[in-house]
Design a protein around this ligand. Structure first.
Ligand code: ADP
Ligand code: MG
Length: 444
């Protein structure tokens, strides 16, 4: 039933939003929402996938409250239906191959290469991802992307999906979370249709698997997973995997770890200050909010290890600027974002001395040798690793960091950083050493 007053509220809400976001944004996110039910107690909205629901609630919850019925808690009384759960009367044409049902399998329209901001911490993995999307199955296989929470792993994974679909229209591309893969196995086991599922996965050309760490401690599923994985790899089908840890640190069987390390293992680092500023600028401009550089820097200095939090900050600033006509200065921003700002959190200042000490211990050389000029192989490698880590872990100018290495230049530092960045992709021992040193420094 559509109650007229409530329905009008919805229409006014749509008009209000349309006047406040870009037309692309409106088309992508708002236009696909369908009003299914409107009564004074609640509104039911049909959305094509969970991203649209999240987008609406993350960005416009407060605005919704002004137009729609409310719950006693003050929240908008909105219930969501996924389009797939609520089929339209017209029957869809039968698919030749079985399709996966749920929305966890959709590509997020915003997660594209164009929307991905590059910086030194993610350049390598971004170009690997782009290479794979351009020539699926023909270069590194699998590509394994690992890194901390909220750094853009899922974003890159979906970007590969979009690009591959767009440029290779015949290819069957599928993105899936590891959770969903496991649920899929469980459902098919129950329905005694596991062969059907196997057939489905084996018809894919590009399989994008998100968050493989959820496969840990799920022994029964690991084997099924590994079989599917090997079948696809043997047929040169492209696989891309994301994880919060590198393969060797995952609690998985040796066989599985070996498969994961078969192709290219790439690390996604925490974006440096300049990249964070670029992300803030990009995201806020897309939302129609102009943030002065000084404020963007101010935010980037306070939120440093999670891009999702940066987005949360921009959402808050947008909501605020829509409701109040206050100018954004540091004081206002600090007030709005106070909970998000990481005042004393892990921003422990790491010094070059700490890095030198840790590197010297692991490589069994002296700090004075690292700072010196010796070209002896072991010492030169330790020096390059220390420079690499200093650039990765210390948010300071390259010139200043380089000068702490017995007065080296910033181009020497950059050269060392580049060399080690390349080396750890192909040299397992070195990668483990670097990881160990990094952990030692971080946990002091
Ligand atoms: P992860 O999967 O690593 O936890 P996500 O891919 O979900 O992280 O990223 C979290 C949010 O941050 C997403 O909305 C994503 O678009 C955004 N994001 C992360 N890195 C970047 C980047 N380099 N450029 C633009 N947006 C980014
Ligand atoms: Mg993710």
């Amino acid at each position: 039933m559509l109650d007229c007053g409530v329905k009008n509220g919805w229409i006014q809400f749509i008009e209000f939003i349309e006047s406040r976001c870009s037309s692309a944004e409106f088309q992508n996110w708002i236009a696909p929402i369908r009003l299914v039910e409107a009564n004074p107690e609640k509104v039911i909205l049909e959305v094509p996938n969970v991203y649209v629901q999240d987008y609406l609630l993350d960005n416009f919850k407060e605005v919704l409250c002004n137009f729609l019925p409310l719950l006693a808690s003050g929240e908008p009384a909105v219930q969501f239906l996924m389009a797939a759960e609520n089929p339209l009367p017209v029957a869809a044409a039968p698919e030749p191959v079985e399709e996966l049902p749920a929305n966890e399998f959709c590509l997020n329209p915003l997660y594209t290469f164009e929307n991905f901001i590059e910086g030194p911490s993610n350049q390598f993995v971004k170009s690997a991802a782009f290479g794979i999307a351009s020539r699926p199955g023909k270069s590194y296989n699998p590509l394994f992307i690992h890194g901390g929470v909220g750094l853009g792993k899922t974003h890159l994974l979906h970007s590969i999906g979009h690009y591959a679909k767009e440029h290779h229209r015949k290819l069957r591309v599928q993105v899936i979370t590891t959770e969903a893969f496991i649920n899929d196995i469980v459902d098919h086991l129950k329905a005694k249709s596991i062969d059907k599922m196997k057939r489905f996965y084996r018809t894919l050309d590009v399989l994008l698997i998100d968050d493989i760490q959820f496969l840990q401690n799920r022994l029964g599923f690991e084997e099924e997973f590994c079989n599917t994985f090997e079948t696809l790899l043997n047929q040169n089908k492209q696989i891309v995997i994301t994880s919060d840890k590198p393969p060797a640190q995952l609690k998985l069987s040796e066989r599985m770890v070996a498969r994961l390390e078969w192709g290219l293992v790439a690390h996604m680092g925490v974006p440096d200050l300049e990249t964070r500023v670029a992300i803030i600028k990009h995201k806020s401009e897309r939302r129609g909010l102009s943030i002065p550089s000084q404020i963007a820097f101010f935010i980037a200095e306070h939120i440093y290890n999670n891009v999702r939090q940066i987005e949360g900050a921009i959402n808050r600033l947008c909501a605020h600027s829509k409701l109040m006509s206050e100018n954004l200065n540091e004081e206002v921003v600090e007030k709005i974002l106070s909970e998000l700002f990481q005042h004393n959190a892990p921003n422990k200042k790491i010094s070059v001395e700490e890095i030198l000490k840790s590197v010297a211990a692991v490589f069994e050389v002296r700090i004075s040798e690292i700072k010196g000029e010796s070209r002896h192989k072991e010492i030169a490698l330790a020096r390059q690793v220390a420079m690499y880590l200093a650039k990765e872990m210390i948010d300071d100018s390259l010139m200043k960091i380089a000068s702490s290495f017995g007065g080296k230049t910033h181009s020497t530092l950059l050269h060392a950083w580049k060399k080690i960045t390349d080396q750890i992709q192909i040299n397992e021992l070195l990668r483990r050493q670097v990881q160990m040193i990094r952990r030692n420094i971080e946990t002091v």
